[in-house]
Design a binder for this molecule. Structure first.
Ligand SMILES: Nc1ncnc2c1ncn2[C@@H]1O[C@H](COP(=O)(O)OP(=O)(O)OP(=O)(O)O)[C@@H](O)[C@H]1O
Ligand SMILES: [Mg+2]
Length: 275
């Protein structure tokens, strides 16, 4: 299923339009990084895509199913499109992890044993089966983030929208998050995530959707991040890999660390040479 936003205009009470003619396409199974300055409208766009915020005009649709904002249709849309907020404390309600992750499946009308199976599956995908019986309020920030994503994954969504899933995580936590995202991608889940971590975005995403001046510019991430005017307008910096590749005259695609080292005439692995 493809999730599409077309010509969205969106505002909040008392604000001018935050999104002004914003369009983007999330094809089935794609990995899309949503980039842009603070306050540019990334969260607003994710909320519009999930049905949590109703735009003033424009259209959100899953394949050819246009989102209308009546309760049954919103419910059906949210079953397919799950949004995970940036702050896990806005989304964790239950006393323990299993209860929290089971909340969505039980709400779908699944019975206890079906919901338990969904919880096991989601915790396994996120690599947090060891947290199943823990009290949610005792978890670390990184653990809570993964629990909230597990709660969304337990709904078996087609599209997962993640607002800054790596914010506040240490490098090990980011690596674990990446493993979880890769597992979800391998299952065919579409993932769009908002992030300020440009290096993570370049290494993870196929496409970038850059929110700038209320609109969205979308394209292959390595191409987008080479567009100096766009980077400037969106207050983004070029990832060092791209900058180095440009200086080496290798700007045709994104290069891995090993390839760049090899191009510099060094050993093709980053291991310290042995004496
Ligand atoms: N509930 C709200 N009420 C009023 N204004 C809001 C609300 N939520 C967001 N805004 C405003 O909308 C604009 C876009 O906010 P949004 O949260 O979508 O940006 P963002 O790109 O996600 O920023 P950040 O990178 O800081 O998370 C900002 O100017 C913000 O102040
Ligand atoms: Mg935001």
């Amino acid at each position: 299923m493809t999730l599409t936003a077309t010509e969205l205009f969106a505002s909040y009470q008392g604000t001018g339009p935050v999104l002004r003619d914003a369009s983007c396409v999330l094809p089935r199974g794609s990995r899309i990084a949503l980039l842009g300055a603070n306050g540019s409208g990334k969260t607003t766009l994710l909320r519009c895509l999930s049905g949590a915020h109703r735009p003033d005009s424009g259209q959100v649709r899953l394949d050819d199913q246009v989102l209308t904002y009546d309760r049954p249709h919103l419910r059906a849309h949210r079953r397919q499109v799950q949004l995970v907020l940036q702050d896990p404390d806005d989304q964790l309600f239950s006393a323990d992890v299993t209860q929290d992750v089971a909340f969505g499946p039980l709400n779908l009308g699944l019975d206890e044993s079906q919901a338990r199976a969904r919880v096991r599956e989601a915790l396994d995908l996120l690599g947090i089966t060891h947290l199943a019986d823990r009290a949610t309020h005792q978890l670390s920030h990184g653990e809570r983030k993964r629990v909230t994503i597990a709660g969304a994954v337990a709904m078996r969504p087609t599209v997962l929208l993640l607002d800054e899933p790596t914010a506040g995580l240490d490098p090990h936590g980011v690596a674990e998050m990446r493993v979880a995202l890769d597992r979800l991608t391998a299952q065919g889940t579409t993932i769009a995530l908002a992030t300020h971590d440009i290096d993570f975005a370049l290494s993870w995403a196929e496409q970038a959707a850059v929110v700038v001046d209320g609109g969205v510019r979308q394209g292959p991430i390595a191409t987008m991040l080479r567009d100096a005017a766009l980077l400037d307008a969106a207050r983004l910096r070029q990832p060092w890999q791209l900058e180095l590749a440009v200086r080496l005259g290798l700007a045709s695609r994104a290069w891995s660390m090993d390839e760049l080292v090899a191009a510099l005439g060094g050993p093709a692995t980053c291991d310290r040479p042995t004496a």
